[in-house]
Design a binder for this molecule. Structure first.
Ligand code: FAD
Length: 265
């Protein structure tokens, strides 16, 4: 399907972007365009104007500051994957990003766009949650775990933009990541990501098994899996049935935990 006619604006800084986004025409944000453009094309979204934030300098850059790795919300995934800072401080993020779509998607899609799109089957928000990341917006700092409240629903207010993602620079003693998808470049059906902190504490996040990522924290593998089982709320979509998701999610969670417990990264 063809894109409907759209008006287009490109702000020069965040302040101007916020003004444009607050306008009565209720424009959509354009970052990497890998989700919003298909949604407009297929009539799943109906905005008639776009505010392009992809060149805002305030949303770029990967730096270390105050014990955090700070990644600009507008940094494309491919740039994150090639960053020596990320390779040192958050190698799990690079591993997970390597599984998002194909290279062409990753060359444009941004971390901020993925968080704001809030698809419950996406592996990226769950990875930022498992890494205990914070999300800096134009209005506040949020825990990544508090951002999404439903499928494609976040706590972001109208005109509020994600500015950066801040990942604590903790040397993890293990990590694990497992997912199921139909082909190597399609969206996940269901998956799990886990880390082991230096204290021995485990953090587990399961995606694609409820309308929001499911986070469980604790030192005991069996207790984490039992916490998880009461929180799985699987759903049907074009990729899988709820029953399948409900059966597979605990298995992938167990594998991610085993890998985190047994690995050294
Ligand atoms: C074929 C294909 C396969 C894919 N496979 C996967 C996959 O396996 N896993 C996965 O996780 N994703 C996958 N994606 C989605 C991809 O990761 C998306 O591009 C991403 O989710 C959105 O990022 P974007 O920068 O393209 O955002 P855009 O599409 O530009 O924006 C999406 C929406 O996010 C909001 N937004 C964007 N940036 C900000 C910001 N800084 N602050 C506030 N709101 C903002 C806006 O509401 C905007 O309308 C796939 C996409 C395609 C087309």
């Amino acid at each position: 399907m063809k894109l409907p006619p759209l008006s287009y604006q490109r702000p020069t800084d965040l302040r101007e972007a916020s003004l444009m986004l607050g306008s009565e025409s209720m424009p959509a944000v354009l970052a990497g365009g890998q989700s919003i453009i298909p949604a407009l094309r297929f009539g799943e979204r109906s905005e008639s104007s776009l505010v392009d934030i992809s060149r805002l300098a305030e949303l770029q850059g990967i730096t270390h500051a105050d014990g955090f790795l700070r990644i600009g919300a507008g940094v494309p995934m491919w740039e994150v994957c090639g960053s020596p800072e990320v390779a040192t401080s958050a190698p799990l993020l690079i591993r997970v990003l390597g599984s998002v779509g194909a290279v062409g998607i990753r060359s444009r899609a941004t971390l901020g766009g993925s968080l704001a799109w809030a698809d419950s089957t996406s592996q990226l928000p769950s990875t930022l949650i498992v890494l205990n990341a914070q999300v800096e917006t134009t209005e506040r700092i949020l825990d990544a775990a508090d951002l999404q409240i439903g499928q494609h629903q976040t706590v972001l207010r109208r005109g509020e933009l994600i500015v950066s993602i801040q990942i604590p620079e903790v040397e993890l003693t293990g990590s694990g990541f497992h997912l199921i998808r139909k082909t190597h470049i399609t969206w996940p059906v269901v998956g799990a990501v886990a880390v082991r902190e230096p204290s021995g504490q485990l953090r587990l996040v399961v995606f694609g098994a409820a309308p929001t990522p499911i986070l469980a924290v604790g030192a005991d593998r069996a207790k984490l899996l039992s916490q998880l089982s009461s929180r799985i709320l699987p759903f049907d979509d074009e990729r899988a049935r709820a029953g399948y998701r409900g059966q597979v999610a605990p298995i992938l969670a167990g594998r991610a935990l085993d890998e985190a417990i047994g690995s050294n990264t």
